[in-house]
Design a protein around this ligand. Structure first.
Ligand SMILES: [Zn+2]
Length: 326
């Protein structure tokens, strides 16, 4: 070893070298826990639960408050309600219930989800099994189920449709035999407004009817908004029933006026497609869940300057009543 290397040697290298694998894991957990606490103000599930679920409602009868009943080995608080006999913990009724990994591992998983990293890579990077990674993705899905229901687009609202082959989703792009193409294509109705509020809803197969557009988008566009769209006739149902101003452009990719007017929603369509290709091999029946997660993470990233992304997602997971059943 050269003199320069000696001088800059990590003073903890000797200590770390003397540890057993089990001790090394404990040290690594403690370091990650400390880092997380420094960054967002909580380092463990128990600390996050104290912050966001200080007095949880009873999961059986829905009322509160409950009596403190000691702690789990993880430090998560236990509760009981003598009136109904329920016993639960601060995490009961959230998707983090029964989670035996450190919060820091969950946070790594969330960071990778923010970059739409495929499951195999998540498992590898978080040092969890593929099955655990799969389960955690479905826990995230459960926490964002119905998340888009309360999103309402206002002001100038762009609406369009984008199409994906369900065989491409399950087998990979271009891998499936091209048969009955138009019928096979899943339609995704997409909307965005000037505040960059996004919506993405599965809207059946093939070109949508008015009824399908109404079902997918009707509740997501505020009355009196201005609808900016191509001249897809099925959109007229929104103009009529939501009393919208109608601003339409003839779809023509060689027309700069059309491209400029529709740039925001065209971009959203291509971001969504790129996101979905990352998850080749998905079960097409989970498509709406992937879209819910996309919209949720889009909003988290949009607000990222004001609010640390990781803290925001952990808070959401703890404050949302949702359960994952394997
Ligand atoms: Zn109760």
């Amino acid at each position: 070893m050269g003199h320069a290397a000696m001088k800059h040697a990590n003073p903890y290298a000797g200590l770390v070298g003397s540890l057993t694998p089990g001790e090394l894991d404990l040290l690594s957990d403690a370091v990650e826990e400390h880092r997380l606490r420094e960054e967002v103000g909580f380092g463990t599930l128990a600390e996050a639960a104290e912050l966001y679920r200080p007095s949880p409602r009873c999961p059986r009868c829905g009322s509160g408050p409950a009596w403190g009943d000691g702690f789990e080995p993880s430090g998560v608080r236990r509760w009981r309600r003598p009136s109904c006999g329920a016993r639960f913990t601060s995490l009961t009724g959230t998707v983090l219930e029964g989670c035996r990994k450190p919060l820091a591992t969950w946070v790594s998983f969330i960071r990778l989800a923010l970059f739409a990293v495929p499951l195999d890579a998540c498992a590898e990077m978080c040092r969890i099994s593929h099955h655990t990674a799969w389960e955690w993705r479905h826990r995230l899905f459960a926490a964002v189920d119905g998340y888009q229901d309360r999103i309402v687009l206002r002001g100038r609202v762009w609406v369009d449709e984008t199409y994906v082959n369900d065989t491409d989703l399950s087998h990979g792009y271009g891998q499936a035999r091209k048969r009955g193409l138009s019928k096979q294509k899943v339609c995704i109705a997409v909307g965005i407004d000037a505040r960059k509020e996004p919506v993405a809803v599965v809207c059946g197969h093939g070109k949508p009817s008015s009824a399908r557009i109404r079902r997918a988008m009707g509740a997501h566009v505020a009355k009196g908004a201005t609808l900016v769209h191509d001249r897809e006739r099925a959109h007229n149902v929104l103009v009529r029933e939501n009393s919208l101003e109608d601003e339409s452009y003839k779809a023509d990719v060689r027309d700069p006026a059309y491209l400029e007017a529709m740039a925001l929603v065209n971009n959203l369509c291509s971001w969504i497609k790129r996101y979905l290709w990352r998850f080749t091999g998905m079960d097409p029946k989970n498509l709406q869940s992937y879209l819910n997660l996309y919209v949720y993470l889009f909003r988290v990233k949009r607000g990222g300057e004001r609010w640390p992304k990781v803290a925001r997602v952990v808070r959401h997971l703890l404050m949302t009543d949702a359960t994952f059943r394997s």
